[in-house]
Design a protein around this ligand. Structure first.
Ligand code: PMP
Length: 285
């Protein structure tokens, strides 16, 4: 993705895409001192833009990566980058990391905190799964406990688990993996939250050791506005068989139906379809 035309916002100004580079001895490259955001712009407007900028600052704070910009400054930088891209519908990636310092140790408190924003076109995250329902593997990798890592931050380090899970899933012909948490409860997919439907009631894992996605919160609001009961709770693996419908939510994934998780199958039902459509309408309005 480095050899392209365009501009990337780097440490306060737009630079040519190909020149937006960092040094090999960047702390983040060795020790994962990096936090980021994934956002989508629709018709030139970034959905929940401020909430994403606030989450970026929260993530930086959690990982002791003090981001030297305010929410307003981040907002201005994201829109500057989006406008420079000429794109109206795009994915927006903001990333902050610890740069190179005086030595190469684990400690990075004296290393500069750097920031970049890139914007590109990104279509349906799960391809045609949006129509037919994604097939998910069940990962052997677990979401860690809040005592192990700041698991509510959107931190690069946490994504190694996701990448390993996703590689194994793809090797088995699946689009993604569902992960259990450290206690064995159903948690989420590698870049999206998960919902289930049974007897007209929606069940979704309680976000007590993973990202409470902005899309997740939006979808819960939409369901409640319709008067549908949403239960946030711990979900056991053996319950999967009893659910009728399943979908994933995420900025990139939007609302994607799930057709299969391991041996368990789900119908792409009426509620899944209509929530997916309502989300599409909302983000574009
Ligand atoms: N969980 C993980 C691991 C993710 O990467 C994402 C995408 N940011 C989500 C959940 C969903 O979060 P959001 O709806 O805020 O994009």
């Amino acid at each position: 993705y480095d050899d392209r035309d365009g501009s990337i916002w780097l440490d306060g100004k737009l630079v040519p895409w190909r020149e937006a580079n960092v040094h090999i001895l960047t702390h983040a490259l060795h020790y994962a001192s990096s936090v980021f955001e994934g956002e989508r712009a629709y018709n030139g407007k970034i959905f929940k833009s401020r909430e994403h900028s606030e989450r970026l600052l929260f993530s930086g704070n959690e990982l002791d990566i003090p981001i030297p910009y305010t929410v307003d400054e981040i907002e201005a930088a994201k829109y500057e980058t989006l406008e420079a891209s000429g794109l109206k519908n795009a994915y927006v990636r903001a990333v902050c990391w610890r740069g190179s310092g005086d030595d190469m140790g684990v400690a990075s408190a004296k290393n500069p905190v750097r920031m970049a924003i890139a914007v590109w076109e990104w279509g349906a995250y799960y391809g045609d799964a949006k129509m037919v329902g994604a097939k998910l593997d069940i990962s052997r990798w677990k979401r860690p406990s809040p005592e192990t890592i700041p698991c509510f931050a959107k931190a690069a380090g946490l994504y190694m688990i996701c990448t390993m899970a996703k590689h194994e899933a793809e090797a088995k012909g699946c689009s993604d993996a569902m992960m259990y948490d450290h206690r064995g409860y159903v948690a989420e997919a590698t870049g999206a939250n998960i919902f289930f439907v049974k007897d007209g009631v929606v069940h979704t894992p309680k976000p007590d050791c993973f990202l409470n996605g902005l899309t997740r919160q939006t979808v819960i609001g939409m369901l409640k506005d319709r008067g549908i009961e949403v239960v946030e709770r711990h979900i056991m693996p053996e319950e999967l068989d009893g659910f009728e419908q399943c979908w994933l939510t995420g900025t990139a994934a939007e609302v994607t139906p799930v057709g299969q998780i391991g041996e368990h199958t789900f119908e792409v039902g009426e509620l899944t379809r209509s929530i997916s459509e309502e989300y599409e309408k909302l983000v574009r309005s």
